[in-house]
Design a protein. Structure first.
Length: 394
């Protein structure tokens, strides 16, 4: 009679006589430290992760080696990363992504010598991401960032080059071939849903939405528009964002603005050259004025004397951020009852329209991509054209 292989995860439990946490693997008790502490839980995750990745058996123990621990490597890298991943004195979003990725490394392996880390340990970290519910794309991105840490370690002679070379053998998760959560492809926002939102948002937000639909600008590019960044000529205007996604590669970004885009921008151009074109503060002031005009009953004396609190928690700012721009649209979607969409989808709308009217190469140039592969991600293919062609020639 053959024994049935169990799929149960070895449990984290308390050893009553000593008060330590313990887990039983391969018939042997492994003590993890005082029960309930973060250290014991981290040791449990590391041991069980290695046990499962190695086919329900523990790898052979390695002799202690010299060199920095993972925590020491991360600390040294982090000091340099805080300087490297910043723009105009402010940290970029990449720094946050790196911090989140390194959590999955430090928790199980923080006290492990860095040179003892390897491909199977990297898979343990990645499995923890999958079990946390992260999408396949995020898991692959975090895994690349962990590899980047070790590449930096090789560059600064803190770990052997063979270690980074070995980690490169860990391929990214493939669609449909892992337990990682899959996400839906970003598609253009439905035109009817866009029109519903345009009907209720403030004039500056309307302008930003319409500009994205015409030009395919990124949300971060449209919210930072200033008059001084726009070259106004007799024909097509050129907008050169002060900051953009690929400026760290010394890649120029120039957004052509045709007659329709110029018509949208003209009412906003008569202001300080270096001030933002689209201001939440102005939008709020206009909204308040409109509400006063629409008021059907006169203000009571107490209402007339009421003033806005000086220390109000949320004061409108002078410039939209990508986050505030997205929240405005999200709230408008909720108010109108349409399927939620976000500003980045408008870039897909523009790419699809331009590729359909002209070709992929034109769409690539307008969107500011260097390769066709990047543009293909944004273009929603119209399979009806293929069907029409095959109806004639197939």
């Amino acid at each position: 009679m053959t024994s049935r292989k169990t799929t149960r995860i070895p449990s984290y439990r308390v050893h009553s006589p000593s008060g330590q946490a313990v887990v039983t693997l391969d018939g042997k008790d492994h003590y993890l430290g005082r029960f309930g502490t973060e250290e014991s839980k981290a040791n449990y995750e590391r041991l069980v992760g290695e046990y499962l990745v190695h086919g329900r058996q523990l790898p052979e123990e390695k002799e202690a080696t010299e060199g920095p621990t993972i925590n020491e490597l991360v600390l040294a890298y982090w000091e340099e990363a805080q300087t490297y991943y910043q723009r105009d004195g402010k940290p970029t979003s990449e720094l946050d992504s790196m911090r989140l990725a390194l959590r999955y490394l430090r928790r199980p392996y923080g006290r492990t010598p860095a040179r003892d880390f390897g491909p199977m340990a990297l898979k343990v970290c990645r499995q923890a991401m999958i079990e946390k519910g992260l999408s396949r794309g995020v898991c692959n991105g975090y895994t690349k960032r962990i590899k980047r840490l070790f590449r930096w370690g090789v560059e600064n002679e803190m770990v052997p080059a063979s270690l980074y070379h070995a980690l490169q053998a860990v391929a990214g998760l493939r669609k449909g071939r892992s337990a990682a959560r899959e996400t839906e492809k970003v598609k253009p926002a439905p035109e009817g849903d866009i029109e519903a939102v345009l009907g209720i948002v403030a004039v500056p937000v309307q302008a930003m939405i319409r500009l994205q639909l015409l030009t395919g600008m990124r949300p971060g590019e449209v919210v930072q528009m200033r008059p001084c960044d726009i070259e106004r000529t007799d024909g097509v205007w050129i907008y050169r964002p002060a900051q953009h996604k690929t400026d760290y590669r010394d890649q120029e970004r120039a957004v052509p603005l045709g007659p329709r885009a110029q018509k949208i921008l003209t009412p906003f151009m008569e202001r300080g050259a270096e001030g933002p074109l689209f201001s939440p503060r102005e939008a709020e002031a206009a909204r308040s004025a409109r509400r006063r005009l629409q008021r059907k009953t006169p203000l009571t004396p107490s209402q007339a004397r009421r003033k806005r609190k000086a220390n109000a928690r949320r004061k409108p700012k002078d410039q939209y951020t990508t986050g505030s721009y997205r929240r405005v649209i999200s709230r408008a979607c909720a108010r109108t009852g349409v399927t939620p969409w976000h500003p980045h989808q408008l870039r897909h709308n523009a790419a699809t329209r331009i590729a359909a009217e002209f070709d992929d190469d034109v769409a690539r140039v307008v969107l500011g991509h260097r390769t066709f592969a990047a543009t293909a991600f944004y273009v929603e293919r119209d399979h009806r054209k293929a069907a029409e062609v095959m109806a004639k020639v197939g």
